[in-house]
Design a protein around this ligand. Structure first.
Ligand SMILES: [Zn+2]
Length: 154
């Protein structure tokens, strides 16, 4: 079940999607007709299944066709996986920032950290040292970096 918190400011529709995106999702009902510009915060989407992906692409593709400027921000790990898997997942929109998973071998914590995609591109797939927020020891990226960031270089 996914909910949306919407706010319009300077003709831009800001949307926060909260919850898993699956069979029950109805983006037309949730988000309404295509606006001229929309920023979608994807931080609180823990999961999206294949039916959810189809509904997502149908809705945002339609927005794209109608000329909506789309920006996806704070993409969760589940959303980054889809961006990498499906080449038109962002439907012509830009990906502004994404969460990266880290794990700390010292205290066994699993952590996430937010990065701007522009900064990641500048770093050329070399992450700066990330310190565990719980014990301050260096934490390791918890996936295959080249695969996780593949969408940035395609
Ligand atoms: Zn730690």
């Amino acid at each position: 079940m996914v909910n949306a918190i919407k706010q319009e400011k300077n003709n831009i529709l800001f949307v926060r999607l909260i919850g898993s995106i699956e069979e029950t999702v109805n983006f037309d009902e949730l988000l309404g007709p295509a606006p001229s510009e929309m920023e979608i915060n994807c931080k609180e989407i823990p999961r999206i299944n294949s039916v959810g992906v189809k509904a997502w692409i149908k809705y945002f593709q339609n927005c794209h066709k109608k000329g909506t400027v789309l920006r996806f921000t704070e993409c969760s790990i589940a959303i980054v996986e889809q961006i990498n898997l499906i080449s038109n997942f962002t439907c012509g929109g830009s990906v502004e920032s994404i969460f990266l998973p880290f794990s700390c071998s010292s205290c066994k914590s699993e952590l996430i950290a937010l990065y701007k995609t522009a900064d990641l591109k500048k770093l050329q797939l070399k992450l700066p040292e990330f310190k565990c927020t719980k014990c301050s020891n260096p934490a390791n990226f918890d996936d295959i970096l080249e695969e996780y960031l593949a969408f940035l270089i395609r």
